[in-house]
Design a protein around this ligand. Structure first.
Ligand SMILES: CC(C)(COP(=O)(O)OP(=O)(O)OC[C@H]1O[C@@H](n2cnc3c(N)ncnc32)[C@H](O)[C@@H]1OP(=O)(O)O)[C@@H](O)C(=O)NCCC(=O)NCCS
Length: 195
């Protein structure tokens, strides 16, 4: 995606604006605030995420993460974003588009997380709504998918209020906190925004 070809270890490239928030690509300079927010939110996040590698919050692992993100952009395989509050540039959480499938599918998968201190204030709803036009207008995809555990009420609310439709139920779909968990499958199509 040529728009993000300039993204580097220091330059995050263009940002995507939402309601009171903006999204931009992570860079090395985000390490200290990112690791601090993730550490403080560990108990809040880990029940809903794949097991964190032992060294996940180290600077070395973050550098690998940034390299991976950059490679994914170059290969049009994924797009990771950090989300910041507009008024004070504070890091709130993150969103990622992964599992990009071009060809006849033109689809990808959305994932997200929020720092515990910032949850329940509408920020992730704003972030997801901001990302949808990027997916359909900039990346020119046809379908954006997301999955969440049936017990994740906050995630269900975000997706349904953003216009995602519930399409199915996948048994033991993802390994979350070390256990294979059933998931609700959601998707929104480019044409859903025009109907
Ligand atoms: C899911 C998560 C990203 C939501 O972020 P957020 O910024 O708190 O979301 P919002 O404030 O935009 O709230 C979204 C909706 O969920 C509702 N909500 C929030 N927490 C809730 C809870 N514990 N139970 C029920 N509803 C909840 C909000 O009221 C809001 O609904 P509304 O729009 O009708 O008012 C965040 O809670 C999180 O990171 N959780 C842990 C990790 C996780 O679940 N990741 C996603 C895996 S699919």
């Amino acid at each position: 995606m040529s728009l993000f070809r300039t993204v580097g270890f220091v330059d995050p490239g263009p940002s995507i604006k939402g309601r009171g928030v903006y999204l931009r690509m992570p860079v090395m300079g985000d390490y200290a605030v990112w690791s601090s927010l993730r550490e403080k939110s560990r108990d809040f996040l880990t029940p809903w995420e794949p097991i964190w590698p032992e060294d996940d919050l180290t600077r070395v692992a973050f550098r690998r993460r940034i390299r991976r993100y950059q490679q994914e952009i170059q290969d049009d395989q994924g797009y990771a974003f950090f989300m910041f509050r507009e008024e004070d540039d504070r890091l709130l959480g993150g969103l990622a588009l992964s599992n990009m499938r071009r060809g006849v599918a033109q689809a990808c998968t959305l994932g997200y997380w929020m720092g515990e201190a910032h949850a329940g204030q509408g920020y992730m709803s704003a972030g997801v709504r901001a990302l949808i036009p990027f997916v359909f207008d900039t990346l020119r995809l046809h379908r954006l998918e997301a999955a969440c555990m049936p017990t994740n009420q906050a995630s269900i609310r975000i997706l349904e209020r953003a216009g995602f439709k519930r399409e199915g139920y996948a048994r033991k779909y993802l390994s979350i906190a070390g256990r294979w968990e059933d998931h609700l499958l959601y998707a929104i199509l480019d044409q859903d925004l025009r109907t």
